[in-house]
Design a protein around this ligand. Structure first.
Ligand SMILES: *[C@@H]1O[C@H](CO)[C@@H](O)[C@H](O)[C@H]1NC(C)=O
Ligand SMILES: *[C@@H]1O[C@H](CO)[C@@H](O)[C@H](O)[C@H]1NC(C)=O
Ligand SMILES: *[C@@H]1O[C@H](CO)[C@@H](O)[C@H](O)[C@H]1NC(C)=O
Length: 383
């Protein structure tokens, strides 16, 4: 949160401005991105200032994040010690239970258990006081809701989020197939509700009973993916807003055209911005740490997927929640489809443009994500 406000002495600032600016940033980005989609090559029009969003008083209160439902959800429902006596197994549950049977004791379940254990270990290490599992509304603002299959999905950009949103839309019955949903409909059609749009009771109930899902990606790879997406292709929001500020701050003798367009930011300049305590522009969800975006120490995620094992993880999750058999995880590359996907090879190439100190600092920046999701050190000389 603090990252949104560069001056640490303004303690109240993250609260007041954090959510506001994140929302505004998102709004701006969505607005301008959609403008860009409609009129490629046309400069960004002035974005009208929006009236301040009134925050109801309950939104600043703590909401219990609920207990740990486990995964697959149905197995848990049927034998939950916290619920006292056994829940009656209704028809759908029985069907799901049968479907889940092959997964009992499976490698997939063990993987999930070990990912959750790792996350809990890191959280309890970093949080000296045992946390109360109370969340604030701004901490659930990145969670998308699917009520039919009772899912909460935390959006992590550059980690398959467009395709996950497509899956949620099909689960919700908004589309017949993921093939039917173009990129704009995924991000701008407001078909998916966010958890913070519900009232206090609605949030608490969903946090308690829904399957909470998070998908992550190797942090350096995610960073390079974000950089390539936002700075290496024309972009009517990231170039003028971030590019201009980055070039004017970090490039000696920048040409007037570079200063004017904000195009041509290098990876090294981008990293200088990322590591700067006095960033000339704020953070952005595309390179913000998952530990900040999804509050994984507060929200007891039931399912932690990884892009590196996407197909297995997605199959397992869809199976576990009882999704229709014909729904499989799609493979769309929404942004710049003609550009190669960021691989570990490409990531290494970008990081080789940095010196050792810079690499070490970026590693420290994402250190918690590395620990929480047990990714190995990306370079052997880091510590
Ligand atoms: C998938 O199956 C459901 C019925 O279970 C059907 O309504 C839907 O149209 C099917 N989708 C595709 C893409 O075949
Ligand atoms: C910037 O331009 C000045 C004068 O043209 C030159 O002396 C200086 O070395 C340049 N600096 C860089 C970093 O290129
Ligand atoms: C690495 O680059 C930074 C600029 O980002 C510079 O300040 C530092 O001196 C460099 N370190 C080494 C070891 O070259």
């Amino acid at each position: 949160m603090n990252l949104l406000c560069s001056r640490p002495r303004l303690r109240w600032c993250p609260l007041l401005l954090g959510v506001g600016s994140l929302l505004l940033l998102l709004l701006l980005q969505h607005l301008t991105d959609s403008v860009q989609q409609q009129n490629p090559g046309v400069p960004v029009p002035e974005v009208p200032t929006r009236p301040e969003r009134k925050v109801p008083s309950w939104q600043t209160e703590d909401i219990p994040a609920g207990r740990f439902p486990g995964f697959p959800p149905v197995l848990h429902l049927c034998s939950d010690p916290l619920l006292g006596k056994k829940q009656p197994i209704i028809k759908r549950h029985r069907k799901l239970l049968l479907k889940s049977a092959p997964y009992v004791g499976s490698a997939e379940l063990r993987t999930q258990r070990s990912r959750r254990r790792q996350l809990n270990d890191v959280c309890s290490k970093y949080q000296k006081v045992r946390w109360k599992r109370q969340v604030r509304v701004q901490q659930v603002s990145r969670l998308y809701v699917e009520d039919r299959f009772r899912l909460l999905y935390c959006e992590v950009p550059k980690a398959g989020c467009s395709n996950w949103k497509r899956v949620l839309m099909v689960l919700a019955g908004r589309a017949r197939s993921t093939q039917d949903i173009p990129h704009n409909a995924v991000h701008y059609s407001n078909q998916l509700r966010r958890l913070d749009s519900y009232d206090r009771a609605g949030i608490a109930e969903r946090l308690r009973t829904y399957t909470k899902v998070l998908f992550v990606r190797e942090p350096f790879e995610r960073l390079v993916s974000a950089f390539r997406d936002k700075f290496e292709s024309p972009n009517s929001y990231y170039h003028p807003v971030f590019g201009r500020a980055i070039i004017s701050r970090y490039r000696a003798n920048a040409t007037s055209s570079a200063l004017k367009t904000g195009s041509g930011v290098t990876f090294r300049e981008f990293v200088q911005y990322l590591l700067d305590a006095q960033r000339p522009v704020g953070m952005d969800i595309h390179w913000e740490r998952v530990s900040q975006l999804c509050s994984p120490c507060l929200i007891p995620y039931d399912f932690i997927g990884k892009i590196e094992t996407l197909q297995e993880d997605a199959d397992f999750l869809l199976h576990g929640i009882g999704a229709p058999e014909n729904l499989t995880f799609p493979d769309f590359k929404d942004r710049n489809p003609w550009v190669k996907r960021t691989s570990s090879r490409i990531t290494q190439d970008y990081f080789s443009q940095l010196n050792h100190t810079e690499r070490q600092k970026v590693f420290e920046f994402y250190y918690r994500d590395y620990l929480m999701f047990s990714y190995p050190k990306p370079f052997s000389d880091l510590h």
